[in-house]
Structures are given as structure tokens and as C-alpha cells.
Write a protein that binds this ligand. Sequence first.
Ligand code: MN
Length: 193
Amino acid sequence: MRKFELIQLPYEANALEPVISKETLGFHHGKHLQAYVNNLNAAIEGTPYEDMPLEEIVKTAEGGVFNNAGQIMNHNHYFSQFRAPKADNKPVGKIAELIEKQFGGFDAFKEEFVKKGVGLFGSGWVWLSVDADGKLVITQEANAGNPVRRGLKPLLTFDVWEHAYYLDYQNRRADQLNALWQIVDWNYVDGLL
Ligand code: MN
């Protein structure tokens, strides 16, 4: 039977420092994400979900199967969209044009995105997605939520679960979110459009 596997990080464990420490990345990827993978594999054994692609499970499942599948899809996206810190890191390509057109500039977009992340009560994710008409949308998703459940195509996400930042930033969620702009791989994000 098919088993989901932990994704390999596309960079070294210390590559995102000082924005995300090696320790945080180690726990976040090696312990938290691994646990979601193990839990999903156990939960789907002997069920029709065994033969379903991850995104299909996220779109259709409920309860524990959804929570673990959603967290795998969310974290796979989160870890894949980063690269080493870069000074004056900015969007490129089509995504840069859309951000300029819809939000009136990168600074205004960042402010809105961080505000939605900080304002999300409890655990969850803030997402940038594109809708069927090609319009950018920022959504707050509680817990394991993913914009595919709303029919949107996910482009970029910041994890606002405490496990994503507590070792490095303690309770300062806004500081972590503002720092993450340095490590976004905008070529990756643009490539998803
Ligand atoms: Mn997380």
C-alpha cells in the first residue's frame, strides 16, 4: 500500500538563518511534519484515502484525516517556498505585476498579509492564492486549513502556529512574519501562477 513520505528540504538545515534557526527547522520539519505524515499514514490504512492524491484528501476529508493531510500539504508548500536570506528581496515576474496592480505596491501587500497573519486567533496559516479569474486573494485559514478547500490556487503561505516561531521569536509572531520576507523564493511563487 502507498505511504506518504516526509519531503526532503531543498536547502541545508541552517540555510535560512537567522530568519529561521537550524533548531526551529529541525523540530518543525523533522518532528512536527514527520508526526503529521506518520499520523496520516496510520489514519488512512485500509480506507479509500490510501489511493487518493494528497490534494484530493485535503479537498474531501474531514476530522483527523483532513487535519493531518492538510498539515502535510501546508508544510510541503511552506518549506518549498524558501531559500537563503537575500537583502532587498522582492517579487519577480507576473506575481510582481499582480501585487503592484492589486495592492498598489509590495509594501502595502506585505502590510496586509502580515496584518492577516497577526490577526488570526490561535493556530493557522495566512495564504496568498489566485482565484479562477486570475485575481490574488489573501485568506486566513484556521488550524490545518488550505485555500484549495475554497477553490483557490495556493501561491504563498506563512505558518502562524506557535511551533513555527516560538524557539526563535517567543511570542513575537509579527517579528517572525516580517522577517520571513527575506527568505521567500519569489521565482518559486511566480512559477505556481
Ligand atoms: Mn508548522
